[in-house]
Design a protein around this ligand. Structure first.
Ligand SMILES: Cc1cc2nc3c(=O)[nH]c(=O)nc-3n(C[C@H](O)[C@H](O)[C@H](O)COP(=O)(O)OP(=O)(O)OC[C@H]3O[C@@H](n4cnc5c(N)ncnc54)[C@H](O)[C@@H]3O)c2cc1C
Length: 385
């Protein structure tokens, strides 16, 4: 039987996840990437694989599928993957209430987590600020990966082990279905070269303009800009331990929406610190394989997005982080921002504008967490239909 011939547009984590799952099922896969090496959201993030942030049920389970696949990459592709877990820290009574409410519901939701008192927190991390610390929620499922290293190493591994072909420096400017059954899709590059594929999957990240702009502009996808910072690794080899998240984070991820106490917490933050809501700030910290501490973040949308980063946002992020964590030194070595597309209700926007063409994009703030599991679901559904 002839192998199906699949093209992926975009070599960010979403495109790489698609390439991996398709090639494992026997497809002959070609990935087209506009830049000479991936430079989008997939290399600009915290590297947090973050199942705990997903709504319990199918989304959490999908994140756990991703987790398993990330772990397999440690032995198979030699990637650095740290099963560090995470702690949400509570420094305010309403934050502690939300964590307790969540922990109480966790067993029935099949979410692995447990409450920690301040002493137990300090056994996991030297970084938690003891001032006003009431407790925390530990989850063992989070991983830390190095996003730039992983995203840039995976193409070579996919090429070597599954014969995936990569064409970097190639922009796809046009896609067109030539016949429905069997589907045949003509793909044209901006240099005018043309190729035929059975199936094309568009994973263009925050680019909503190049391919199918009319579909994407009507999709409800919003573009989000996030500001981030990092601190160079300490010479002492100091270790952060698990990823750390603040009480502010409880209002950011969907999973905590089931907690009745969230309303009061959200209201208090809106009244006390409206500037945090204005810039969509919640704070988190992770540490990569080079000891660098990655700090963030903010969320500005659509017309509020400017090319210039705001030093006010960085100051607010650091102010909030210093309330919850203590670091040996806070000298910032890098500032950057990233963009992603976010759908209003789904973890990814999936749409087939014509036979053989699939748009698979807008993984919001969870692309590192969800992409591998979402790609597995996508290809399992096609195998069974
Ligand atoms: C600052 C920040 C922090 C984040 N933190 C986390 C985190 O800790 N955990 C987590 O799970 N998620 C996190 N996310 C979200 C995650 O990074 C994204 O969901 C994910 O990287 C999106 O991947 P992507 O492949 O869709 O996009 P991208 O990485 O942007 O890749 C899209 C690629 O498509 C290419 N492309 C586009 N159009 C074309 C075309 N026409 N032809 C050829 N190539 C094309 C682009 O050049 C680009 O390389 C964060 C995001 C940001 C910005």
């Amino acid at each position: 039987m002839q192998k199906s011939n699949v093209a992926i547009v975009g070599a960010g984590i979403v495109g790489l996840a698609q390439a991996w799952s398709a090639a494992e099922r026997g497809a002959k896969v070609t990935v087209f990437e506009r830049t000479s090496r991936a430079s989008g959201a997939s290399i600009r993030n915290f590297g947090m694989v973050w199942p705990i942030g997903q709504t319990a049920g199918i989304h959490y389970e999908t994140a756990l599928i991703s987790r398993k696949r990330w772990l397999s990459l440690e032995s198979e592709a030699g990637l650095w993957v740290n099963p560090c877990g995470s702690i949400h820290l509570a420094h305010h009574p309403d934050e502690w209430i939300v964590l307790q409410e969540f922990a109480q519901r966790a067993p029935e939701l099949n979410v692995a987590c447990r409450l920690l008192n301040p002493e137990q927190i300090h056994q996991h991390t030297p970084a938690a600020n003891p001032n006003g610390l009431l407790g925390g929620l530990f989850s063992p499922t989070e991983l830390c990966v190095n996003p730039a290293e992983a995203t840039r190493a995976l193409p070579a591994w996919l090429a070597r082990t599954l014969s995936v072909e990569f064409r970097f420096g190639t922009t796809i400017s046009h896609l067109e279905t030539l016949s429905d059954a069997p589907a045949s899709v003509r793909l044209r590059t901006s240099a005018g070269d043309e190729f035929l594929f059975d199936r094309v999957i568009v994973c263009g990240g925050a680019d909503l303009q190049t391919l199918f702009p009319e579909v994407l502009s009507a999709s409800g996808i919003r573009i989000c800009k996030l500001q981030m910072m990092s601190i160079r690794g300490y010479e002492t080899g100091w270790k952060l331990g698990p990823h750390l998240a603040s009480g502010l984070t409880l209002r950011h991820y969907q999973n905590f929406q089931i907690c009745p106490g969230l309303k009061q917490l959200t209201q208090r933050i809106a009244e006390e610190t409206p500037e945090l809501d204005h810039f969509g700030i919640h704070v988190m910290a992770s540490q990569n394989n080079h000891g660098e501490i990655i700090l963030g973040d903010s969320h500005e949308y659509d017309e509020d997005i400017e090319p210039f980063d705001k030093s006010l946002i960085d100051r607010l992020i650091l102010r909030e982080l210093q309330k919850i964590i203590c670091l040996p030194d806070w000298t910032i070595s890098q500032h950057w921002h990233g963009l992603y597309g976010k759908h209003s209700s789904q973890p990814v926007f999936e749409h087939s504008p014509s036979p053989g063409i699939h748009l698979f994009t807008a993984t919001g703030g969870s692309g590192m967490t969800m992409s591998f599991g979402l790609a597995e679901r996508f290809w399992n559904e096609r195998a069974s239909s």
